[in-house]
Design a protein around this ligand. Structure first.
Ligand code: KIV
Length: 245
């Protein structure tokens, strides 16, 4: 998978994207043929237990990108530029290089078309992100301003981004933007008309219970399975039936 392959999927086949933060899960995503694996800064909430994605560091993302790359050797891996890692052009290039050295094929930047342009000019593959921007937004809300969003999306396309995540964008607005752009849109809480969809893996597996966004579809109840297994193990150890004699 290359950025050209991803771009060529627009209008042909829906692009599948899932977040991932560890080696074992990355192996499964690669085996199942997920098109893009995103080492998102949602890492901070669902894995590291931070209060905010603002607490995620470049080192956190580098470490987890390495784990994902070791599990998914040939998948297309995108890593998030964490909060304030891209506050100047020079800093952004330095940090993006660390993510690429850590195993990423591309980086994702929230907003910031000028930074995206500079990263692309420096040779990086960059994924844009518009709509709800968790690193800087006060609280989640649906974005409906078509003119504003289209302008932002067009700036990111002109900057050379190969795809754009649209988070919590009104479905009809998302559809119009998708139709306007030449590059693929990847929706999260943005309705069915984007060129692809992304969700946080812990959400779809039922592994994150602190908060469940309305747009998430839960495909499994892994935490319930973990509870059952831990309960059975505890019972066996207490009763002496494990390990056997
Ligand atoms: O950090 C993240 O997981 C994201 C999403 C688009 C899901 O940015």
């Amino acid at each position: 998978m290359t950025t050209l392959d991803i771009k060529s999927m627009k209008g042909r086949e829906a692009i599948t994207v899932l977040t991932c933060y560890d080696y074992s899960t990355a192996r499964i995503l690669e085996e199942m043929g997920i098109d893009i694996i995103l080492v998102g800064d949602s890492l901070g909430n669902v894995v590291l237990g931070y209060e905010s994605t603002k607490d995620v560091t470049v080192n956190d993302i580098v470490r987890h990108t390495g784990a994902v790359r070791r599990g998914a050797v040939s998948s297309f891996v995108v890593s998030d530029m964490p909060y304030s890692s891209d506050s100047s052009k020079e800093l952004a290039v330095r940090n993006a290089n660390l993510l690429v050295d850590g195993g990423a094929d591309a980086v994702k930047v929230e907003g910031k078309p000028e930074i995206c342009k500079y990263l692309v000019q420096s040779g990086m593959a960059v994924m844009g992100h518009i709509g709800h921007l968790p690193q800087t937004a006060e609280k989640p809300s649906i974005h409906k301003d078509f003119e504003k969003l289209l302008k932002e999306a067009e700036m990111l396309q002109a900057a050379g981004c190969f795809a754009i995540v649209m988070e919590m964008v009104d479905r009809d607005v998302a559809r119009k933007i998708t139709d306007f752009l030449d590059i693929p849109t990847i929706g999260i809480g943005a309705g069915p008309y984007c060129d692809g969809q992304v969700l946080v893996i812990n959400d779809i597996l039922g592994m994150y219970e602190d908060f469940k966004p309305k747009f998430v579809k839960q495909y499994a109840h892994v935490n319930d399975e973990i509870r059952k297994a831990v309960k059975a193990y505890k019972k066996d150890v207490r009763s002496g039936s494990f390990p056997g004699l």
